[in-house]
Design a protein around this ligand. Structure first.
Ligand SMILES: C[S@@+](CC[C@H](N)C(=O)[O-])C[C@H]1O[C@@H](n2cnc3c(N)ncnc32)[C@H](O)[C@@H]1O
Length: 695
């Protein structure tokens, strides 16, 4: 399928990378680019409907020539109507390969499109452009990277590019060689980032990339952060870059340049003085890949109900389950009592045939949930046998919030890929290893080495975690219990660092109070920037999936466990599989109630729903519980409200009636479900065709 077909089929702005530049940003980039140029040949490589062209026109700048390229015909025609310069309806890849023209100012907001959506010819040209720039092409790269490289190749001896690009530029692996390329190719780079998202309606964080080639031998860089696009109006383009730092070709991420020179010097000092890193004391590996965490990691109630005690092993799967830097047996027991997902199901190959009835049913029900068809599970000899099961000495949280956590695994718990497994080398004091991590230098480097994601998350992958400097000292073992109790009582991390920095960094690693303060400043600056970003995010509205069941197909089997639907057993009216949302799971299990919104007519069409006596409740790919129904009745919204039901969605507000089941725990083993015996009763968000899909 070629790119244009895709546009037609999906007609999505996202696919086209069609988010247009806000006027304030276009104005600023032009002001910067044209500040002292008299004879300008301008290029806009993907002009859309002409945001930059409109800005140029209304600001009344003088220039020598203006060429604008746009692939989408409709948009190109809109840009032509701006009536400025030459608008070419073409693919930039081909334009870039074929043109002899060279420019001294290139501005724009290139598309954010993965190469799988471009046709082969475009991919081929992209590869050629990469080669021309001396770079290696990978299909994993994104169109905006090719646009930046291609445009650089179209620059005159001296010239500027001013682009709106994804903030990923600063840190992602696939943009690493682009960063290196830009660092070498340009003499001055200015990056402007924003505390608040500047594009309405999209989550993509963007930065302005302003690069200049001036014929000098300098390689300078500066990173400035503004509150939002409004701040650009008062930014003096002539003073931009006066705090530039010399590019450090060894540092592979540009988040670094957000720091002051003094702060960069401290980081350099840590490196030059060869502070060891985590990898000198331990191996960091991803946690166990179950292939379906929701299915293989279960709360005690599910273990009990399917009688799988023999196959359930202690595990810790989520950062909220770890409150400190030591994970004890008691912590695990508390998680069990709170019915957290604290068990890992380790089945032997013969379990499907030879285990007890409950376990067999659980495995069979996994096949109904299509766990066996998962990306990871389907390649196993036995889909339910998880490979590479090892318990680690310590755990490292992969996605962190306030600060990263390294945790001693005293409980000897397994962990899934939500945490990394840390295998401490022999002869290293385990307590000292963990305690040594809690200091300002290690935390500052965690922010530098990790990536910050939406929601203010700091993600550390094993390779990044391994590179974090660790001021290890065997004597630090004596700090662990104290740090543990401080963390447990919820003490502010800064207070904890006041204590640990003094012992770990000052007394035992020889850092001065001033250096420690600088390290702390770096950590605070980077972590608060990350966290603030999380707060300012506009959460996209969750789309409700609509499932269309193909005509003439008994398609309901495929969507059997999709949320927003309930199913009944064809042969047995007393058994119902019901799905629930994340937000109502807790209400169901704590109140022993299940409800489903239905109109009076729907209820009248399905009187059998009042006959239901057993309920299997499923959330996505995991089993929530199996219950006996003691009562089935109709209720209205106020009844639900009186029973603490978390009523939120507008959809529920409009539906006045609900069927409610009063539940009771049961000792009976949940039955194995066979898809053939089940049919969809009714589903919110499920578009029903006439015919076989109606139960
Ligand atoms: C993010 S929009 C930016 C538009 C405009 N530059 C602006 O700043 O508002 C990216 C534009 O790139 C266009 N585009 C996508 N692939 C292209 C290609 N291969 N060649 C030229 N334009 C392309 C899209 O149609 C879209 O209009």
């Amino acid at each position: 399928m070629n790119y244009m077909q895709l546009i037609e089929n999906a007609s999505s702005e996202k696919l086209r990378g069609g988010y247009y530049t806000p006027r304030k940003i276009a104005d600023f980039i032009l002001k910067w680019g044209l500040r002292d140029l008299l004879y300008t040949d301008i290029l806009e490589p993907s002009c859309g409907d002409g945001a930059f062209l409109k800005a140029l026109k209304s600001l009344g700048y003088c220039f020598h020539s203006l060429t604008a390229v746009e692939y989408n015909q409709v948009e190109a025609e809109k840009a032509m109507q701006v009536e400025i310069g030459d608008v070419v309806n073409a693919d930039f890849h081909a334009f870039c390969r074929d043109t002899d023209k060279r420019f001294n100012l290139i501005v724009g907001n290139p598309p954010f499109i993965r190469y799988q959506y471009y046709n082969e010819e475009q991919q081929q040209i992209a590869e050629e452009l990469f080669q021309k720039a001396g770079l290696k092409f990978s299909k994993l790269t994104n169109a905006w990277v090719t646009f930046v490289i291609g445009c650089s190749l179209l620059l005159q001896e001296r010239g500027r590019i001013g682009f709106v690009v994804p903030a990923e530029l600063l840190q992602v692996g696939y943009a690493l060689q682009l960063r290196e390329y830009l660092s070498n190719f340009y003499n001055k780079i200015n990056i402007i980032s924003f505390k608040k998202l500047v594009f309405e309606g999209i989550q993509q964080e963007v930065v302005l990339l302003l690069c200049e080639k001036d014929g000098s031998s300098n390689h300078l860089i500066d990173h400035l952060e503004l509150k939002d696009a409004d701040d650009l109006a008062t930014l003096d383009v002539n003073k931009l870059g006066c705090h530039s730092k010399t590019i450090d070709f060894r540092s592979d991420k540009w988040t670094f340049y957000f720091l002051s020179q003094k702060e960069i010097d401290l980081l350099e000092h840590v490196r030059k003085n060869n502070m060891p890193t985590i990898s000198d004391f331990a191996d960091v590996e991803v946690g166990i890949t179950t292939g379906a965490n929701g299915y293989f990691t279960v709360p005690q109630s599910v273990v009990r109900s399917y009688q799988m005690e023999q196959y359930a092993y202690p595990m810790v799967g989520r950062s909220v389950q770890v409150s400190s830097c030591i994970f004890t047996k008691q912590d695990w027991k508390n998680n069990q009592t709170n019915d957290a997902k604290s068990n890992l199901l380790i089945f032997p190959p013969k379990a499907r045939e030879e285990a007890n009835e409950g376990t067999r049913n659980y495995i069979l029900n996994g096949e109904i949930l299509e766990i066996n068809k998962g990306y990871k599970t389907r390649i196993r000899d036995y889909w339910y046998v998880i490979p590479s099961i090892k318990i680690s000495d310590a755990l490292m949280v992969r996605r962190n919030n306030l600060f990263p956590k390294l945790v001693l695994n005293k409980a000897k718990a397994y962990t899934t890929d939500t945490m990394h497994r840390v295998f401490i080398h022999p002869n290293v004091n385990e307590l000292a290893f963990v305690a040594s991590f809690y200091n300002s230098v290690s935390l500052a480097f965690s922010e530098i080495l990790g990536r910050s994601y939406g929601g203010g998350v700091l993600e550390l992958m094993p390779g990044e975690a391994a590179n974090i400097p660790l001021p290890y000292h065997a004597a630090n073992a004596d700090l662990l219990d104290k740090v543990d109790s401080m963390l447990r009582c919820g003490m502010d991390i800064e207070k904890i660092l006041d204590y640990t920095d003094d012992v770990i960094l000052r007394q035992r690693a020889g850092y001065s109070t001033r250096q420690i303060q600088t390290a702390r400043d770096i950590w605070k600056k980077l972590s608060s920037r990350r966290l603030e970003r999380g707060h300012s995010e506009i959460k996209p509205k969750k789309k409700i999936k609509v499932y269309t069941i193909p005509e003439g197909q008994v398609g309901y089997q495929l969507s059997l466990f999709e949320p927003n639907a309930i199913y009944k057993c064809k042969n047995d009216n007393s058994l119902l599989v019901a799905t629930c949302r994340q937000g109502t799971k807790e209400w169901i299990t704590s109140h022993y109630l299940y409800n489903y919104p239905m109109t009076e007519q729907e209820l009248a069409a399905h009187p059998e729903l009042l006959e239901v006596r057993h309920l299997i409740i499923v959330h996505k790919k995991s089993f929530v519980g199996y219950y006996r129904v003691s009562k089935a009745f109709k209720a209205d919204k106020s009844w639900l409200r009186d029973h603490d039901y978390p009523i939120k969605s507008s959809r529920q507000k409009s539906l006045a009636t609900y069927i409610v089941y009063s539940l009771e725990p049961t000792d009976t083993i949940p039955p194995a479900i066979n898809t053939k015996d089940w049919s969809l009763v009714i589903g919110k968000g499920v578009k029903m065709n006439e015919g076989p899909t109606r139960a």
